[in-house]
Ligand binder design. Structure first.
Ligand code: SAH
Length: 355
């Protein structure tokens, strides 16, 4: 056991209950004992598997989308090719490989990775080999004055959320406190919360809503660059338009866990509220939210899967077929995961998104 449960308990004993967002931030990003700071959590051996880790086809489809946008926007000279929350770097490696079919793209791309975890920096460096890469701490550090082509897959769901329960006299915030020496969930006293005023219309007393304070500044920084200099941002995540209810979840060794049970040792996520992302995107166009399966089909994943299948047999073929199904089938990731893209006002929408 790491000392993180003790560190959190001491903080609560000294200064009182903490918000769910503060609890998530400690668990995920504590510099010494945080979940992302201490491990490479992906794949069979880790706690969860993401789309780029399931099959190279995911990154290939995203790479073709980005390359098409680059061509549609007159093949700009130096541009920023960025990923926020790049995990092992697999998605960026697949994007760069497939983009080689479009002459000039890879040469014009200046790769930037926005990553909070030094442990994952090292993993990303290894995955991307000799490719020149700049690491940034936040989206604000991305270059300001050139086109930005950006992807974020399963990034926003890792950002800390606050949770509020509607009360007849306002909202009570869900707080992590201590009962004896055990972490427990409680509720603050009710107060009006201005940022939730627009949720008064669609909620009733007892309903729970979530707010992700870290998402809006990221979307604002990205939008500003794309609105001024061109490019595209593609956000893919677990979630829906307009969140309602408690979606905080912990995953440990591919099994659901109690979010308070293993601080720093389980992945904590919450569903992404795509409407909130779209609202934070100002000065540019937002595509309709599109299920991952539909997007990948429109980008040509099935034709690509057939080409790859023709070279495989036995177990490799079976697992390739399973990977295609997992990424696209409505009962697997195809419908649970959604995508939106942001693009400049006077440009063609990126491929795969119906207008
Ligand atoms: N996109 C990858 C990994 C998703 S996991 C994939 O699809 O496989 C979430 C990623 O976001 C990890 O790389 C994690 O370290 C990073 N991350 C989490 N919080 C962050 C923050 N506040 N700023 C930057 N990166 C963050």
């Amino acid at each position: 056991m790491t000392p993180l449960p003790e560190i959190i308990a001491r903080r609560i004993a000294q200064t009182g209950p903490i918000t769910v967002a503060d609890y998530m931030a400690e668990c995920l990003l504590h510099p010494d004992h945080g979940y992302y700071a201490t491990r490479d959590p992906f794949g069979e051996q880790g706690d969860f598997t993401t789309s780029p880790e399931i099959s190279q086809m995911f990154g290939e489809m995203i790479g073709l989308l980005l390359a098409q946008v680059w061509m549609d926007q007159e093949r700009p000279g130096p541009f920023t090719l960025a990923e926020i929350g790049p995990g092992r770097g697999t998605l960026m490696a697949d994007i760069l490989r497939v983009a080689n079919v479009v002459p000039g793209f890879a040469e014009a791309a200046q790769v930037h990775l926005v990553e909070a975890s030094p442990t994952l920096h090292e993993v990303q460096r290894k995955t991307l080999g000799s490719r020149e890469v700049t690491w940034c701490d936040t989206a604000d550090d991305l270059p300001q004055f050139q086109p930005l082509l950006l992807v974020a897959n399963e990034f926003f769901d890792a950002l800390p959320i606050r949770q509020f329960q509607r009360d007849s006299n306002g909202w009570r915030e869900r707080m992590v406190g201590l009962t004896g020496d055990k972490l427990t969930m409680g509720l603050s006293t009710p107060a009006p919360i201005a940022l939730l005023d627009d949720r008064l219309a669609d909620t009733k007393p007892g309903d729970l809503v979530e707010h992700c304070p870290g998402a809006e500044p990221v979307v604002a920084a990205v939008s500003e660059r794309i609105a001024s200099n061109g490019g595209v941002a593609l956000f893919i995540d677990y979630g829906d338009w307009h969140s309602l209810g408690d979606t905080l979840q912990a995953l440990r060794a591919h099994e659901p866990d109690d979010p308070l049970a293993h601080p720093g040792e389980a992945d904590l996520t919450a569903h992404v509220d795509f409407e909130a992302l779209a609202k934070a995107a100002t000065g540019l166009q937002v595509t309709p939210m599109t299920p991952q399966g539909v997007l990948l089909e429109r980008l040509g994943i099935t034709a690509r899967a057939q080409t790859l299948a023709s070279k495989l047999s036995g177990d490799a073929l079976e697992s390739h077929i399973a990977a295609h199904r997992r990424l696209t089938h409505p009962q697997e990731m195809g419908n649970l995961f959604k995508a939106i893209a942001l693009y400049p006002n006077d440009c063609t929408p990126p491929p795969g998104f119906a207008p």
